[in-house]
Design a protein around this ligand. Structure first.
Ligand code: HEC
Length: 163
């Protein structure tokens, strides 16, 4: 009996030690995509005032891809470490003819890491508010919502790169 208690105690100690050393992978966050404005520009779209989603994401949508994601756009196979940024910027009417970029509303980020983000189809999803690098706006529920829609595409990616 005494032996059993010692074994139990040692196992508990090991478990505590390893969970301290290696925090759960699923707890890992999508990092802020430092320097993405210098990445490859995939495309731009404009969401106009008639769109029901205008309040939240109306304006310019620029999409940027890091080198690995660029490989994915060209081959249809997005490797580990692919990062794609969806940059949402307000559209401001300058005059009767011109529309200019206003303030940044938020950026949406997708990171390919099939192990860490297996629960959301192999892509991690995050949104950073305005120009902030730390103000994350997504709950796990909203991340699952992003993944649910993106799962319509086999690769998880909707946009195409035009050469
Ligand atoms: C209802 C469907 C839907 C939901 C929900 C959705 N997206 Fe998307 N997303 C799209 C579509 C469609 C595009 C392509 C837009 C384009 O080509 O201009 C896109 C594009 C993107 C891109 C650029 C890569 C790509 O797939 O083209 C990123 C990054 C992105 N979304 C992140 C997110 C994040 C983060 C969330 C959750 C907050 C989210 N999306 C929720 C439909 C959705």
């Amino acid at each position: 009996m005494k032996k059993l208690i010692i074994v139990f105690f040692l196992s508990a100690l090991c478990l505590a030690f390893f969970s301290f050393m290696y925090p759960s992978r699923s707890g890992r966050q999508v990092p802020y995509p430092e320097g993405y404005r210098k990445w490859a520009h995939i495309k731009t779209a404009i969401v106009g005032p008639e769109n029901p989603g205008f309040q939240l994401s109306g304006g310019f949508h620029h999409i940027y891809a890091n080198e690995k994601a660029m490989e994915g756009y060209l081959t249809g196979n997005f490797p580990f470490g692919s990062v794609i940024v969806f940059d949402v910027i307000d559209a401001r009417v300058q005059s009767n003819t011109d529309i200019e970029e206003g303030a940044r509303k938020h950026i949406d980020v997708m990171v390919k890491d099939s192990l860490t983000f297996s629960a959301t189809g192999g892509w991690g999803y995050e949104e950073f508010n305005g120009n902030s690098k730390t103000d994350r706006t997504l709950t796990p529920h909203r991340q699952a919502n992003c993944a649910g829609c993106h799962a319509q595409k086999k690769t998880g990616v909707f946009s195409n790169y035009r050469q």
